[in-house]
Design a protein. Sequence first.
Length: 114
Amino acid sequence: MPTLNTGLTISGGYSDKVRKTLFAQLAGSVKSGSLDSKEVARAVAELNQTLYKILVEKLKTGKGDVVRIRIDYDASEGNVKWLWKTLKIEFFKRTPDEEIGRTVDEALAELGKI
């Protein structure tokens, strides 16, 4: 089974990354005519709608947070079918710069570096 893997990407751009990744993975099948680009676009839309509900509505990710999305799929007989049980989402919450700066300053002060 092929796997779509977005790599690390900001949450605000996951949908573009999903689209680009799937189209790149299936470019040979589209070029050979065994798969229609409209079917790839339909599959992308289906996955992105599901991911929106999970990432935005359920997990409340911010646009600056980082995600990695992995899911297996089957591309045969002119269709792309997602294997939903294989969906894995890694989610990394962004810490505000002010909080990081404050923590760095505190640590440096404790260590006598400033």
